[in-house]
Design a protein around this ligand. Structure first.
Ligand code: SF4
Length: 202
């Protein structure tokens, strides 16, 4: 099943749960279960309005043209500079959550994250259109007998097609319904949009 859960509904439910101290993972599971029930019987009472099925709402990646990609790449390279400048640790932590998730907290990896073929054990973003290259790896990797620990997540300025937390072009679920998704909602619930904004594009 692949229906979407209305991000506004998720935001509303998470807000209520926050006051009551209910974990976000519990709320998301309930919404998915309710969506499942509604998919089986669309007339079922108590199914939340605007909720689809248990399918994840993964959002729709923004597509950049050639010029946009070149601009983003140039900005990332300039921000790295000649001295391998790095984003702040808090920023990188948010990006790690966005791309790799946190299994201990029930946050799965981004569905756009792809296994690298060129650098086994590493990953690259399958949505940005840059492919599986040395400069696009999302984790440290080995090449030529050396460990490269400067990854795409370390650049002071770097963008994400889903405008996820930690990335320079971050937009909250409320700000852009197109890229809104369940995983972003989860991270926003556990951190706060203001905090994420201050770390994503300081
Ligand atoms: S950069 Fe964005 S879209 Fe790509 S894997 Fe990371 S979170 Fe997903």
């Amino acid at each position: 099943m692949n229906n979407k859960i209305d991000p506004r509904k998720i935001a509303e439910e998470l807000q209520k749960a926050k006051f009551k101290g209910i974990p976000a993972a519990e709320v998301l599971k309930r919404l998915r279960d309710e969506a499942d029930a509604k998919a089986i019987d669309p007339k079922k009472e108590n199914a939340p309005a605007g909720v689809g099925t248990a399918g994840e709402n993964n959002g729709t990646p923004i597509k950049q043209g050639l010029m946009g990609k070149a601009k983003s790449f140039a900005e990332a390279m300039v921000s790295r500079g000649l001295n391998d400048n790095r984003a702040a640790p808090e920023t990188v932590s948010l990006r790690v959550l966005s791309c790799h998730g946190d299994p201990d907290k029930g946050l799965p990896p981004c569905p756009k994250r792809m296994d690298s073929v060129k650098f086994p054990g590493s990953y690259y973003c399958g949505a940005c259109g840059c492919g599986d290259k040395q400069l696009t790896q999302l984790t440290k990797f080995e090449t030529g007998g050396k460990i490269v620990d400067y990854t795409k997540l370390d650049y002071p300025k770097v963008t994400c097609p889903l405008e996820m937390p930690g990335f320079t072009n971050y937009k909250s679920n409320q700000e852009n319904a197109k890229t809104a998704n369940d995983r972003k909602q989860f991270i926003e619930f556990n951190n706060s949009v203001d905090y994420i904004k201050s770390k994503s594009n300081p």
